[in-house]
Write a protein that binds this ligand. Sequence first.
Ligand code: KG4
Length: 347
Amino acid sequence: MEAENQKKTPVYILGIESSCDDTSAAVLKDGVLMSNVIASQAVHSAYGGVVPELASRAHQQNIVPTVSEAIRRAGIRKEDLSAIAYTRGPGLIGSLLVGNSFTKGLSMALGIPMIEVNHLQGHVLAHFIQEPDVEKRVPQFPYLCLLVSGGNSQIVLVKAYNDMQIIGQTIDDAAGEAFDKCAKVLGGPYPGGPYVDKMAQNGDPKAFEFAKPHIDGYNYSFSGLKTSFLYLIRDQLKLDPDFIEKRRCDLCASIQRTVIEVLMQKLKKAVDDTGIRCVAVAGGVSANSGLRQAFADYAAKYGWEIFVPKISFTTDNAAMIAITGYFKYLDGEFDDIASTPFSKVEL
Ligand code: KG4
């Protein structure tokens, strides 16, 4: 069956992403994106964070309409599909199980192979998603990728589509988590990153100084920064109960500047040590306007060739799962029907 499918042209890959709180499905035709549908779950905002049980229930409700819509928008029939790529992990196990079980059912029904995709690898390879009628530059191997999301902060050395090495990572909180927690202290919504980004536009990034981590190598730490932020607010509120209200924008601009400085300092060290000047950013936090500006500034100052994803490819999406699946399809790397999802795994 697998060899037969590989001969099919064009190659249509259905990608399915369900690792956290977004149900997404995308269709690629010979590596070019035909559709990318994302059903987000508003239910979690009332709780200030993702509730795993609610997430998996919402995936169950969303997966059939989301996949149907992606196939419809691609202008194909499900029988045209060559293979289904799905996120096997890491992520919330209940959420992953929905994508894994759905993929098994559909692949058996259609008689096509399933392809397992590592969610983190998907983020890193999002830079290779091609769109119709858009001439797009792609990174050359090897390149460095700063992968920053709600659950990860890593510097990845990408040697090939299927050969990646994490050379630095957070030893505690992720950058996105730091944004989310600081926003929560300020009474902002979940997720907090976009809120901090928006408030920061009208604030002074130098208004407050926060303790920066001193960690060896290319590793990160954000828990001390979060505590430093919390203590400043606690102390200032004792002096002025309206402190947050009065200084909200300055607080957001200052914490954002500090997170970006920490991220960029280690990334620059990695560039200088490896001599690799092709540098990409990926993951939800790569939507941050300050981080995007920092990439542009470093490119101008240090001669980096940078790759910053389109906003819709920064947060969790199935297009990145589909493109990773497409490369695996070309290599004949298929998954077993007995495979189960995993909540934790490295690249
Ligand atoms: O990649 P992602 O969608 O999910 C994970 O796999 O974690 O990333 C979500 C994270 C959240 O922490 C969110 O606050 C952060 O990305 N984020 C941002 C921005 N947009 C999303 N952080 C800072 N600035 C933004 N504009």
